[in-house]
Design a binder for this molecule. Structure first.
Ligand SMILES: Nc1ncnc2c1ncn2[C@@H]1O[C@H](COP(=O)(O)OP(=O)(O)O)[C@@H](O)[C@H]1O
Ligand SMILES: [Mg+2]
Length: 294
């Protein structure tokens, strides 16, 4: 429908989604979604409950395959990618999901160490060093030995951020990363995320329904529709363009938080799926999780 404006720097897109369609049974959840994400973007995917935001994100992470359409990441088509190649690509992803999505059976430090076990050959001592550094960056020094249940909501989000950034990923995906936080904590976590991802030079894709976050951190935005517009891009553009967008559904969405945006607990499952991969070559992953149990 509406194209996101081209990258002013003229660079190659980091992500290129073309005519993505996804059915679940007879339900068309994503309907011809096309967009490009450029280096340095904080790209926002917004829209009402059930419009397909999380489904779209799962396609980018490769845990879902489209019914049709193309997804290129770093120039590689991922829809037909071999699971091993997809796993390797995920080593360049940082993933930050709803509810903090920490694995409850592991300590904070073990959670942060997961991507390092998963995607690097670093020895235990080096992993420890990186984990300490990452915890320090998010203000959690001294909390590494705790279980997620022993820390506050805001601390969980920061721990999840440390884990997402453990590998200094060039590309970060986030699904409602501040769900459940009050506006002040949301701003704190947004600011920290922005600062740390900028430091790494990461490109960020964020699903959020929080309008403050959208306009605080977004550089480009797409809005997916519901109802008659289910899974279609209703609006796309810069924050200023979205604010001024004539579509009534867009104005309604940005001027009043629509109903039904309570957080769900799919975050941990999503993270685990992404970590283990779709396939069955996930032995290493499983052992990483189990071996770090106390
Ligand atoms: N694995 C699935 N199987 C069947 N339907 C699904 C599945 N995942 C999502 N859906 C449906 O797809 C629609 C979009 O879901 P979702 O992407 O979670 O929306 P959002 O994140 O925007 O709230 C919803 O109607 C949801 O019920
Ligand atoms: Mg969702």
């Amino acid at each position: 429908m509406h194209a996101v404006p081209p990258d002013p720097s003229g660079g190659e897109p980091i992500i290129e989604v073309d005519s993505l369609v996804r059915y679940f049974g007879r339900q068309k959840v994503l309907d011809g979604v096309s967009f490009k994400v450029y280096a340095g973007d904080t790209f926002i995917i917004m829209g009402g409950s059930g419009c397909g935001k999380s489904t779209l994100l799962r396609h980018l992470i490769g845990t879902e395959k489209p019914t049709s359409g193309s997804i290129k990441i770093f120039g590689q088509e991922i829809t037909s990618m071999h699971p091993d190649a997809m796993h390797k690509l995920r080593g360049r992803y940082g993933m930050l999901f709803q509810s903090g999505a920490l694995l409850q059976s592991l300590t904070v430090a073990e959670n942060v160490a997961l991507p390092l076990h998963e995607h690097t050959q670093l020895d235990a001592g080096l992993i420890d060093t990186v984990v300490k550094m990452k915890l320090e960056q998010v203000g959690l020094t001294g909390h590494g030995h705790k279980k997620p249940s022993e820390i506050s909501g805001g601390m969980k989000k920061r721990a999840a951020l440390a884990r997402a950034l453990a590998l200094d990923p060039p590309l970060v995906f986030s699904d409602e990363p501040t769900a459940g936080l009050d506006p002040v904590m949301t701003a704190v976590v947004d600011e920290l995320t922005q600062r740390l991802t900028q430091k790494i030079g990461a490109t960020v894709v964020v699903v959020t329904h929080d309008m403050n976050s959208v306009f605080r951190i977004g550089t480009r935005i797409i809005m997916l529709g519901t109802g008659a517009h289910q899974g279609k891009i209703l609006a796309a553009g810069t924050p200023a363009e979205i604010r001024a967008h004539p579509h009534p559904a867009v104005q309604q969405f940005i001027n009043g938080d629509p109903q039904g945006h309570s957080g769900d607990d799919s975050g941990e499952v999503l993270y685990r799926d992404a970590l283990l991969g779709l396939n069955d070559t996930g032995m290493y992953s499983r052992s990483a999780i189990h071996s770090s149990k106390p």
